[in-house]
Structures are given as C-alpha cells and as structure tokens.
Design a protein around this ligand. Structure first.
Ligand SMILES: NC(=O)c1ccc[n+]([C@@H]2O[C@H](COP(=O)([O-])OP(=O)(O)OC[C@H]3O[C@@H](n4cnc5c(N)ncnc54)[C@H](O)[C@@H]3O)[C@@H](O)[C@H]2O)c1
Length: 282
C-alpha cells in the first residue's frame, strides 16, 4: 500500500542490504508510507467508526472522519488530535458524497484506506414497514457504501494506489431478525458488494473486506442495554457471554486495512463472541 514511488524504494532496500539491516530499512519505509497515507472513516463521530479510526491512526495514518453529526464529528476529530480532519456529510445523499470526496481529494489528496461504517437500523413489523423506512436504511447502509467504495476505488486506480476498503456488515448479513428486515437486507447486500468489489478491484491490487460485528456496546445497542429481557436474549446467543466493545471491532478493521492482511480480500470477518457458530439453544 502507499505510493508506487515509496513501494519501489522499499523493494530496493530489501534487495541491496544484508538481511538484518534490510528489515530495519523496511520498517523505516513503512513509517514514511504511513505518514503519507490517508484513511477516510464514515460514521466516524462515535462508536465503531471512531474506534476504527483510532486503531488505524496508531501507525501514523492521517484520519478523515466523516459523519452526519456535524458537531459530533468536529468534537471527535479534535479529540483525536494531531491533524485529524472532521467533515459533515450525509452518506445517504449521492451529491453530498461526491462533494465530500471532491473536497478531501482537492485539499488533502487521495485516500488509500476507506472504512464504510455509517449505518442505521430501523425496527418495525414487516407488514407495517413503510417504503420510506426501508429505503432510508438501504440508501445509507448499502447505496452509500457502494457510492463511497466506487469513488474511492476510482481515485485509487487513477493514482496507482494499492489501497484497502473495509465495509461494515453485521452478523445480520446471514442471521435474520424479523423486525429489522431492511437492516438484514442491507448488511447481506454489503457482504455481497464486498465480494463482487474484491473481484473487480483485485487486478488493481485494491483489497475489499468487511467486518460483521455481533452485539457491540454503542448507541445502536442502547435499546438492549436498557432492557434486561432483550439483554438476556442477546446473551442466550452469545457464547462469550458479554457484549463486545467498539475497540474490539476497530482492531479488526485496522488489521484488514493494514499490510498485515495483504493476502485477504473479499472476506467478511465476524467479530461476534462466537454467535455465528451457534446452532442450538440451552
Ligand atoms: N453496535 C452493534 O451492535 C453493531 C452490530 C453490527 C453492525 N454494526 C454496524 O456498525 C456500524 C457503526 O454502528 P455503531 O454501532 O457504531 O452505531 P452508532 O450509532 O454509534 O454510530 C453510527 C454513526 O453513523 C452516523 N450516521 C448515521 N446516519 C448517517 C448518515 N446518513 N451519514 C453519515 N453518517 C451517519 C451516526 O451519526 C453515528 O456517528 C453501522 O454500520 C452498524 O450497522 C453495529
């Protein structure tokens, strides 16, 4: 990952130096590359998006946080310090997404890591679900993810950047809950979008993966945290017997975005306390 120039330089160091020195040289080059890397994280004002951004920033990558919540994203960027940038954008609006990428690319340069984390869930009885509610979830979780992925990938290809894209799916890509049909459909769509995009972008050495969280302690889970019955139901399907932390998703996102995952593409990694393996009730 990184610019072609730096990558060539890294190979040169490896070829011409003795083994011990070569590793030292490579480490140094990776630090230089990180300083030149930009990661854009949507849904970055809080929760899993912010935790992912913090995990990615550990190697010196510059972070651009994007969120609908203008005040929240500004506060999150200030909280991360350094040169983190916060941008307000509705990731369900195609024109806003395009304008946001135009601004980032003009002012900061092309991104080499994209994390699509902005997402919502709307609870409703299937028979009562309105087209507006269904569409609202699809527009953000699936169409917004597609538009950001496509735009970032086009810029990566144009600039010869061997980048990484991480989409936020869910265990609900495969496991369903009757009252969130739109959410399940959107996350199943994200899983397939991830696979198709990974095939389309493999010739450009751009990797596309997804993370599928189980139940994670963020604002999205507020209804469960406040309801002992709902919590008991969640625990009955969580082998590790606890709710996950946003940081436990962020670390996996950062891994997938890093060169440590350089041979992984098209995968959804489920970070769910063991839920996907369950096929029984106690
Ligand atoms: N928390 C969980 O248990 C869980 C489980 C599986 C998947 N996920 C996924 O993780 C992602 C992050 O969710 P979270 O748990 O951190 O919830 P969260 O509600 O804390 O964070 C979501 C963020 O997305 C932002 N957002 C909402 N609508 C937006 C829009 N139109 N444009 C831009 N930003 C918008 C919100 O302002 C918020 O900052 C979502 O895609 C969610 O579906 C969460």
């Amino acid at each position: 990952m990184g610019s072609p120039y730096l990558y060539t330089l890294r190979k040169w160091h490896l070829c011409f130096l003795a083994e011990g020195v070569a590793w030292a040289a490579m480490d140094w080059m990776e630090i230089v590359m990180s300083e030149n890397k930009i990661a854009l994280v949507t849904g970055g004002a809080r929760g899993i998006g912010l935790a992912s951004a913090k995990a990615i920033a550990k190697d010196g990558t510059k972070i651009v946080l994007v969120d609908l919540d203008a005040e929240g994203v500004a506060a999150a960027a200030a909280g991360m310090g350094g040169d983190t940038v916060g941008i307000a954008c509705d990731m369900s609006k195609p024109a806003e997404i395009a304008a946001m990428f135009d601004k980032v690319e003009a002012e900061l340069g092309p991104v080499s890591v994209l994390v699509n984390c902005a997402g919502i869930a709307v609870n409703s009885d299937l028979l009562e679900t309105t087209l507006e509610d269904f569409q609202r979830v699809i527009d953000l979780n699936l169409t917004g993810t597609f538009l950001a992925l496509q735009r970032a990938a086009k810029t990566m290809v144009a600039n010869g950047i061997e980048g990484a894209i991480v989409n936020m799916s869910s265990v609900n890509a495969q496991l369903s809950i009757p009252t969130i049909a739109s959410y399940c459909a959107s996350k199943g769509g994200v899983m397939q979008l991830t696979k198709a995009a990974s095939l389309a972008l493999a010739p450009h050495n751009i990797r596309v993966n997804a993370v599928g969280p189980g139940s994670i302690d963020t604002a999205m889970l507020a209804g469960v945290n406040e309801n002992p019955d709902a919590m008991a139901r969640v625990m009955s399907r969580t082998p590790l017997q606890r709710i996950g932390k946003a940081e436990e998703i962020g670390s996996v996102v950062a891994f997938l975005a890093s060169d440590g995952a350089s041979y992984i593409t098209g995968e959804t990694i489920y970070v769910d306390g063991g839920r996907m393996g369950m096929n029984y009730t106690c």
